[in-house]
Design a binder for this molecule. Structure first.
Ligand code: PEP
Length: 250
């Protein structure tokens, strides 16, 4: 299965740093990378960077979207608008949207459904808080997030849908799940998805790990059989470290 590495820029980046990043990615060989690459700049940079990125073999996505097509929703962006701007991907349920901006499982489900229905490819993020981990609730929380998001999703194919397991306590903290822990949760996710959607889909589903992935830990994480890529925050802001992670794919 071809791995997929995502770079989530969050609320970082400018026209200058974005153009430089894409040019550097190109110079570092993004075209011949051993994995699919998608990066998620802020909305404002998508129209300019999506075109440059496609010339570098990189797809571009939106970090968020809203589930209505249009209307009186000040500050929101629709799936069609993301597509129109040049995106081919979107993220639903990133932990910062869930835990800083208050998005519920129901909101995440609506976003996922709307984005996929519009023809975008989606990454669904799931993961437990540190308090949930300490209370031994990792499995319960991640399973609930997945069951809720996939409820009634209808036609979805493994080419246009990815799950990112991102333990919230590992995001932006420098802490990471051990490769063994990531592998254990990924295997469970695959099992749960197989009961909801089907075995063939689950066998072909790419499950990324996210949470302080960097060049120094990427090889061990990406070598685990049930880890099919990474979603990278901080280390994706720099083309050298992002390409090092991509080149760590076995
Ligand atoms: C993320 O934003 O999804 C993420 C995993 O961030 P970081 O790599 O900085 O922990």
């Amino acid at each position: 299965m071809r791995q997929i590495i995502g770079g989530n820029w969050k609320m970082n980046g400018s026209t200058e740093s974005g153009v430089l990043f894409i040019n550097e990615m190109k110079a570092l060989g993004s075209f011949d990378a051993p994995a699919d690459i998608v990066f998620f700049p802020p909305f404002t940079l998508i129209p300019l960077l999506a075109e440059l990125a496609s010339d570098a073999g990189i797809e571009t996505g939106g970090q968020n979207l809203f589930w209505f097509e249009k209307g009186a929703f000040t500050g929101e962006i629709s799936p069609d608008m993301l597509k129109d701007a040049g995106s081919t991907w979107f993220i639903a349920g990133h932990s910062e949207r869930r835990h800083v901006l208050g998005e519920t499982d129901e909101i995440v489900r609506k976003k996922l459904e709307a984005g996929l229905k519009c023809g975008l490819k989606g990454i669904l993020c799931v993961g437990e808080l540190i308090t949930e981990r300490e209370a031994d609730q990792t499995e319960m929380v991640v399973r609930r997030q997945i069951e809720s998001a996939l409820d009634g999703l209808g036609n979805v194919s493994p080419e246009n849908f990815v799950i990112a397991y991102e333990p919230v306590w590992a995001i932006g903290t420098g802490l990471t799940a051990t490769p063994e822990e990531a592998e254990r949760v990924h295997s469970l996710i695959r099992e749960w998805v197989s009961t909801i959607i089907g075995q063939e889909f689950a066998d072909n589903l790419r499950i990324q790990y996210g949470g302080s992935v960097k060049p120094s830990n990427a090889v061990t994480i990406l070598s685990k059989p049930s880890v099919n890529g990474a979603l990278v925050g901080g280390a994706s802001l720099n083309a050298d470290s992002f390409m090092d992670i991509i080149n760590s794919v076995p």
